[in-house]
Design a binder for this molecule. Structure first.
Ligand SMILES: NC(=O)c1ccc[n+]([C@@H]2O[C@H](COP(=O)([O-])OP(=O)(O)OC[C@H]3O[C@@H](n4cnc5c(N)ncnc54)[C@H](O)[C@@H]3O)[C@@H](O)[C@H]2O)c1
Length: 328
């Protein structure tokens, strides 16, 4: 039995606890949360012990930790877990600072512990299928990748103020997806952005509407479109145009019923937000983590993937501030 310690029992912690509960040979053996009631509530569902975070990390009978705490706590928890020899699954972003992530890489490598960065979208069945077919050569070489990623509504202003900005908080998923699909590192980042959804977001020094163009050394291009608002739900689409055709992954709707009348065709709304839209992806990423530990297979996305996406997010923020492309 693989014993996992879950750090953070909030939104994403509950998702990971549920994913683990569906797997054989693994269990959430202990949980911790800064708010004891949150830890107790999740522990009661999974028959886990409630522990203090550092005691959990150091416990002899814990094999691996899942870090689902706020981003500004990841650095200390990663350092402690690596030193305790635990396999680590860490939520994105690993840290707001690329320097801190680099320091985590050194600690993780020195300890030789398995590490996985939770870029769950790579495990979405449609996006994973698209990437596999692209890398199998079904449409030749990728030339232009288009990623559309729009949230149904902005988070509270208090969240925006501590989020690190749209590129590090939201677009980081798309920047990782861009790397996943391009198969080459972007060497140039050009960002534009505006506060069109809520002027308070602009007053907080952030944007809520952003577009980024990434270019690789061979000239491949990726365009990312982000908005903190989409009146029709969570808009998550990908298109790759290649030398021999095109691959596209559409939105996932609440159901597949279509109604046709004299005014046209109507479908159900798209799934509302990430908890519903990426449920299968969250499960699949946990299967990958558990298999990696139990079978000794490599974990991907790695901690370096976490760093590379962060470097691109930093470059996008710099490009927006300077009004010019930034070389990575
Ligand atoms: N991959 C995704 O799709 C996805 C989605 C949402 C959030 N996230 C990431 O997950 C992390 C958590 O986000 P969330 O939305 O679940 O936040 P949340 O606020 O809902 O939950 C975080 C929990 O951690 C607890 N906590 C704080 N410090 C702690 C500590 N030192 N030890 C133990 N518990 C502690 C808090 O009390 C809270 O219950 C963030 O890094 C966020 O970026 C990723």
């Amino acid at each position: 039995m693989l014993n996992i310690g879950l750090l953070g029992c909030g939104r994403i912690g509950a998702v990971h606890a549920r994913s683990i509960s569906l797997l054989d040979g693994v269990r959430v053996a202990a949980v911790s949360d800064a708010v004891p009631a949150a830890a107790k509530a999740l522990a009661s569902k999974s028959d886990a012990k409630v522990m203090e975070s550092l005691a959990l990390i150091e416990a002899q009978d814990i094999d691996a930790v899942v870090i689902g705490t706020p981003t500004d706590t990841h650095f200390d928890l990663i350092n402690a877990a690596a030193k305790a020899g635990k396999a680590i699954f860490c939520e994105k972003p690993i840290d707001m600072s690329a320097d801190n992530i680099q320091s985590c890489i050194k600690v993780v490598e020195a300890a030789g512990v398995p590490f996985m960065t939770a870029f769950n979208r790579r495990f979405d069945p449609s996006f994973a299928n698209l990437q596999k077919r692209l890398s199998d050569g079904e449409i030749g070489d990728a030339e232009i990748v288009t990623i559309l990623s729009r949230d149904p509504a902005p988070p509270p202003i208090s969240y925006i103020k501590s989020s690190g900005g749209i590129f590090r908080d939201m677009m980081i998923h798309d920047l990782d997806m861009a790397r996943f699909l391009l198969g080459e590192e972007p060497v140039q980042v050009y960002a534009v952005g505006s506060a069109l959804v809520d002027p308070q977001i602009g007053a907080a020094g952030d944007v809520d509407t952003a577009a980024v163009t990434l270019t690789t050394a061979s000239g491949k291009i990726c365009q990312i479109s982000n908005s903190r608002r989409a009146t029709y739900g969570y808009d998550q689409r990908i298109e790759v145009h290649g030398s021999g055709g095109m691959l596209r992954a559409a939105n996932v709707h609440e159901n597949t019923v279509e109604a046709a009348t004299d005014s046209g065709f109507r479908t159900a709304p798209v799934q509302h937000f990430f908890l519903e839209r990426y449920e299968a992806a969250y499960r699949a990423e946990m299967v990958h983590f558990v298999e990696g530990i139990t079978q000794g297979t490599p974990l991907s996305p790695s901690i370096t993937d976490g760093l590379r996406a962060q470097v691109l997010a930093d470059a996008a923020a710099q490009s927006l501030a300077q009004g010019a492309p930034v070389t990575v």
